[in-house]
Design a protein around this ligand. Structure first.
Ligand code: F6R
Length: 364
């Protein structure tokens, strides 16, 4: 069942080009139309905003999507951890579309958050889910099934990146309906999707380089992950993967927040992972990296080919593929998954079944 791989997590990381192209095929066939989400009655067109509810890694997919939905569709988007939303008196605009994200479709808190949204009066709920006929899609009006295939490793990998494709598609669909995405822009987004599986494969090919970093982390107690903009949620995801499978305490910050507290933690015992592709924020990220270096912190940088970093004593750089533009957060997920996986191997922890965790969380 594992083929050439040692663990389900490694196999599932490597299945991402296929999982992504299967999910993208579903989109391309229907061309960013509401039908992709099972909508034939104008429900998406009526959305005045988007509220995303999810837990864990799925929540980080939601945080990433907020950048796309606001920029591409021009709609307000809020993202909330399901276990918080379900117990509070949240602001309600009934025309705000509820989007739940769940790999398993059975996560209790996400299900209860969906029920809470209904109670509060939200009219339409879309489920993005990887398991057909599971509880959450059954309780939703609209459904998009990601085509990641069965995910067995407890740590979510291919489900996350395929959720991102679904959410990117949602942003474009909403943007088209609102007249913000013209034919030319749409063609550009389609092309970005077509190139994505290839760029992800390129990132997977970095595995030997990434594994050469593992030992430097395996002996540490803590790690810090930094990103900015749409790569900040990817830093969060990298920190979560590292803590859940290696038991190393990891935190993620938007790099601009360093000075507001976490910089006090930085010393030579704190490896700092930076996601630094060449986007509009790169110069800002570089100055944040200087702040870390000035405190003796060791930097481990994922930079794409265009971002012109050079290796030095305490600055280690791995080059991800040429900058892929708007889908860059998906491509940059791969190296942080592989890093967590190889650190776990170096530490000898149980990669597929981390202590205290379950694949499907059907209790509160
Ligand atoms: C982390 C992880 C969890 C899940 C979370 C939600 O790697 O797998 O954080 O993402 O338990 O699960 P789903 O998406 O099934 O609702």
């Amino acid at each position: 069942e594992l083929g050439p791989y040692s663990h389900f997590m490694q196999k599932e990381i490597h299945e991402q080009p296929k999982a992504l192209s299967d999910t993208i095929d579903a989109v391309l066939g229907a061309g960013f139309s509401p039908a992709v989400f099972g909508d034939d009655s104008g429900r998406l067109a009526a959305a005045e905003g988007v509220k995303i509810l999810a837990c864990g890694t799925s929540y980080y997919a939601g945080l990433t999507a907020k950048y796309w939905i606001e920029a591409i569709a021009g709609l307000p988007c809020s993202v909330e951890v399901a276990s918080e939303y379900r117990y509070r008196d949240a602001y309600v605009n009934p025309a705000h579309l509820i989007v739940t994200l769940s790999q398993s479709g059975e996560t209790l808190d996400t299900m209860e958050a969906l029920k809470r949204a209904r109670e509060l009066g939200h009219r339409t709920a879309l489920s993005i889910c990887n398991v057909s006929e599971s509880a959450i899609p059954r309780a939703s009006d609209l459904v998009f099934y990601t085509r990641a295939g069965a995910e067995i490793g407890v740590a979510s990998t291919k489900a996350f990146t395929t959720q991102l494709v679904a959410l990117f598609t949602l942003a474009i669909t909403l943007g088209k309906q609102r007249g913000r995405v013209d034919a030319e822009a749409e063609a550009g987004y389609l092309e970005a999707l077509r190139y994505l599986p290839g760029s992800v494969q390129h990132a997977l090919n970095l595995e030997p380089q990434i594994s050469s970093w593992a030992q430097a982390f395996a002996s540490k107690q803590h790690a810090l992950f930094l990103g900015r903009g749409v790569h900040y949620p990817i830093a969060l995801e990298g920190a979560l993967k590292l803590k859940e499978i290696t038991y190393i305490h990891a935190e993620a910050y938007p790099a601009g927040e360093l000075k507001h507290g976490p910089l006090a933690l930085v010393d030579s015992d704190m490896p700092v992972v930076v996601i630094a592709p060449k986007d509009t924020l790169l110069e800002k990220v570089k100055s944040n990296m200087q702040e870390v270096r000035a405190r003796g912190g060791e930097l481990f940088v994922f930079a794409d080919l265009d971002s012109q970093f050079s290796d030095s004593d305490c600055v280690h750089v791995i080059r991800t593929p040429r900058h892929v533009g708007i889908l860059s957060p998906i491509v940059h997920t791969i190296p942080v998954q592989l890093l967590a996986y190889h650190v776990a191997l170096a530490k000898g922890t149980d990669v597929d079944k981390p202590r205290n965790l379950a694949k499907s969380v059907t209790v509160e």
